[in-house]
Design a protein around this ligand. Sequence first.
Ligand code: CMC
Length: 429
Amino acid sequence: MTDSLTVRDNRTGQEYDVPIVDGTIRAADLGKIKATEETPGLAVYDPGFVNTASCRSAVTYIDGEKGILEYRGYPIEQLAEKSNFLEVAYLLINGTLPSKAEYDAWVHEITYHTFVHENVKSFMEGFRYDAHPMGMLMASVGALSTFYPDARNISDADNRHMQMVRMIAKMPTLGAWSFRHAQGKPFVYPDNDLGYTANFLSMLFKMSEQKYEPDERLVKALDVLFILHADHEQNCSTNAVRSVGSSQVDPYSAVAAGVGALFGPLHGGANEAVLRMLRRIGSKENIPSFIDGVKNGNEKLMGFGHRVYKNYDPRAKIIKKSAEDVFEVTGTNPLLDIALELEKIALEDEYFVKRKLYPNVDFYSGLIYEAFQFPPEMFTVLFAIGRTPGWLAQWHELVQDKEQKIARPKQIYTGDRQLTFAPASERWR
Ligand code: CMC
């Protein structure tokens, strides 16, 4: 067997051998195929990149048919059960698990960079009273590039490390302050005696008490949610970070682009839609008629189906378990019973079985966030905090990858050509 593809161009009758490497052909090799010397080479048309690999990556592995997700080779189930978010962040960025000394130094660095410049506070206070927290987060992450102009020096390894530490450390501060702003509550400064996730809860919910002491079970559940969202290979927001980062801009600007991409309802916003759907269904008795509506094409079962997973999303399984732990503390959410019954009925129904539609990460996460008393606008902010180490790991890989170039896709031009311009004074006579 030869690892190549023979392409016959029926316009010219000429045949080309295109090498196959790692299950891919190089689009540039197709560019050598031309109808005539003068015409442009053959290109690939792939809106949405449904079948285009844009990079080599050693960060995250997904097998959507089997429902497998691994960070740096470690199964997500083991990381969620036995690791913690900061250790996972270290793993994603550095590629290996830390030694005790490395872990301690990492946690120390992240902890002592949680504060932001006082001017960040002033400009966050300047947002309108009803500003969406994702818009505030996107703007304030981007603004950090003005506080750390040295971040533009992306070819220096120590400098890159410093910016990654800063960003992971400051995201919860910016996220929590976006939330407090919408509530009209004073901003709470970081408490560096607390762990990463506990400190985030403190900045969100602390009021007049001397010290905020979150329930450890809630801290663990949120930490697990951060781990589950930490990376998902070349998704829309990661592609945005890589695309913007490919211009060699500083990492704050690149990650701000990722936050913007995540803000969109097709990406980070489905968990909110699940909650709305469960509320609309209202009670278990209404599930069969809702399912009929889905099968007739009048409804969509939100939180089901995935472009990559054609099996149970491994993150959804873990979240389902976390939901039980959280409800032990907060009391159950009546919508959980509807969700469980909906899942049971859907998984047995021919329509969903045939199309390989299973619960995805968003099916249960909104229920947990609601139990924490987060308003729906905050759900995507939580996703962004979790995803930050993944964005940075992918950015870090990109800037060191000699094969990478500035992202610059081709187009198929469909407009006019060679028109003759008449100045306004002639056109408007
Ligand atoms: N409910 C009902 N039918 C569905 C659903 C659903 N949630 N998802 C897909 N289908 C049907 C779809 O109508 C199509 O049927 P047919 O072959 O008869 O035309 C078939 O299944 C294949 O679907 P598709 O739209 O071609 O699949 P896709 O890969 O383009 O879309 C998706 C993936 C996630 C956008 C889609 O499944 C969906 O809209 N799900 C609901 C929204 C949701 O939960 N999104 C969260 C995704 S996970 C978070 C993240 O990674 O950002």
